[in-house]
Ligand binder design. Structure first.
Ligand code: ATP
Ligand code: MG
Length: 472
């Protein structure tokens, strides 16, 4: 009997429960449950609906019973940096406030007054983004110190769900590194940094690594769902799980393409040199203490917002088709400009940018989409140049993984602007990375090398050659 593992993968726009198991040496996937995720306004804050998301996990597990499946394990991954704080009675003290909430405005600069930017990078190796946990916590410290005083547990979103499933508290390593509070060398909470910021070290849990079996479901949940299973820690940061599933590891740069674009390479040590800091690269902790040297840049969030602004009249695939048809149109926006992080209306923001920069202004859905895809590819080209400069070498291939790798126009654009071979797939990289990690913990897969070879054999990866290459 194969072992059945459930990956719970919750992204900024959708969540899913996917069942995975080995059959004849190949990894098989079956979708169990899909649900929407979105940011909602609660009082003055932009928040995730954490309890609703947890209920969706339970609904998904109950569906397993209906489908006659009895999974052996479950692993949860989500986006990074966000968290909840629990009080002494383990009750939430805070909403799961989203990283897009403006509470972190100006906080980065205040933290730098206490702990220099250079030292922060040298110790944590983490990219500077205004929404990192460190700035979120500092904003609470500054504006609501009473909350921090009462806080007894700090749990990141997947840690919180794991706690609700098992009653056990732990901070998973890959996600913990995204806080910018973990020392890249000791791989533990940076005591000195926490002291300087005046943040209570006691509320942080023990850091546990991927492949740890956290425990079983609580008794109440076993009776509600109808079966028990092991709760295993995957790389609970979704990017960590996605990068585990990169099949083209040799001489290859990966782009994990979803709401964000994460572009980088896998590494065995953190690179905290000045150039990496200047280019704002991160060294996030990965499975087996590998590091993801990457840059978090704008992703398909822009097209997600545009789709929403058009009242979901067009599907993603239709927007790609329309963009292809808008042949004569050309305008490039700087996708990494902060104005595109959370504009009131993405279409207006893009149009205004084009007016301000004296370019043609996109007026049809196809022109807007074309502008986004071409602008994204230009930003990837820039990041590739930076990676090659830091590593002082050329990479041959780019492996695009995640939902965005279904965008054939974007894949071809990436190949063309970087003049590299692009490999697109697997689409469900995050869930796959999550599942193989559970299967490693269960002894079904030996190590990450074997996991990647199974992934390569099991899923379609499409190849795109640069146009220059085809012509020559
Ligand atoms: N059929 C399609 N054709 C082209 N692009 C698609 C298609 N389906 C999905 N996408 C792209 O995939 C993106 C979603 O990717 P993915 O499902 O990996 O993101 P997510 O998991 O919801 O978010 P996150 O990056 O926060 O994890 C969409 O924004 C869309 O641009
Ligand atoms: Mg995702």
């Amino acid at each position: 009997m194969p072992k059945y593992s459930i990956a719970v993968d919750i992204g900024a726009s959708t969540g899913r429960l996917i069942l995975g198991y080995l059959e004849g040496g190949l990894l098989k996937l079956e979708g169990i449950h899909r649900f929407e995720n979105k940011i909602v306004k609660k009082g003055d804050s932009f928040c995730w609906e954490a309890d609703k998301l947890f209920q969706e996990i339970i609904i998904g597990l109950k569906k397993c019973t209906e489908l006659g499946i009895k999974p052996d394990s479950i692993g949860i991954d989500t986006w990074a940096v966000d968290f909840v704080l629990l009080d002494e009675n383990d009750q939430p003290l805070t909403e799961a406030v989203s990283y897009r909430d403006p509470r972190t405005d100006g906080m980065m600069e205040e933290v730098f007054n206490l702990f220099s930017k250079e030292r922060l990078y040298l110790e944590t190796g983490i990219q500077f983004q205004k929404f990192n946990t460190i700035y979120q916590l500092y904003s609470i410290k500054k504006n609501h110190p009473e909350i921090l005083e009462k806080a007894k547990s700090f749990l990141m979103i997947p840690d919180y769900f794991n706690y609700l499933l098992t009653g056990k508290k732990a901070n998973e390593y890959t996600n913990a590194t995204s806080t910018q509070l973990v020392n890249a060398f000791t791989k533990n909470w940076d005591q000195q940094l926490l002291d300087v910021l005046g943040i209570n070290r006691e509320m942080f849990e023990e850091i546990k690594t991927p492949k740890t079996v956290l425990g079983n479901l609580s008794k109440e949940l076993v009776s509600e769902i109808g079966f028990d299973l092991k709760v295993i820690l995957p790389a609970t940061h979704d990017t960590g799980s996605a990068v585990i599933a990169v099949p083209e590891e040799d001489e290859s740069i990966y782009i994990s393409s979803g709401t964000w674009s994460l572009i980088g390479v896998e590494n065995y040590f953190p690179i905290c040199i000045t150039k990496a800091l200047d280019y704002n690269f991160t060294n996030e902790g990965g499975i087996d203490y590998q590091y993801r040297f990457l840059k978090n840049i704008m992703g398909l969030w822009m097209i997600q917002e545009v789709k929403r602004n058009y009242n979901d009249e067009y599907s993603f695939a239709e927007l790609v088709d329309l963009a292809r048809e808008a042949k004569g149109f050309k305008a490039i926006v700087n996708v990494n400009n902060d104005r595109f992080l959370k504009p009131d209306n993405m279409i207006d923001e893009i149009m205004n940018y084009c007016i301000e920069t004296g370019q043609s202004v996109p007026s049809t859905p196809g022109e807007v989409a074309k502008c986004i895809f071409e602008s994204l590819s230009e930003s990837y080209k820039e990041a590739v140049k930076e990676i090659e400069e830091i590593f002082e070498k050329k990479f041959k291939k780019i492996n695009v993984i995640g939902g965005g790798c279904q965008n054939e126009m974007l894949n071809q654009l990436i190949a063309d602007v970087t003049n590299k071979e692009v490999y697109a797939g697997p689409v469900e990289a995050t869930a796959i990375g999550n599942i193989v990690t559970q299967l490693m913990a269960l002894g079904e897969i030996e190590n990450i090398k074997q996991a990647r070879s199974i992934i390569k054999d099991s899923f379609e990866v499409r190849k795109y050659l640069p146009v220059q290459h085809i012509r020559s």
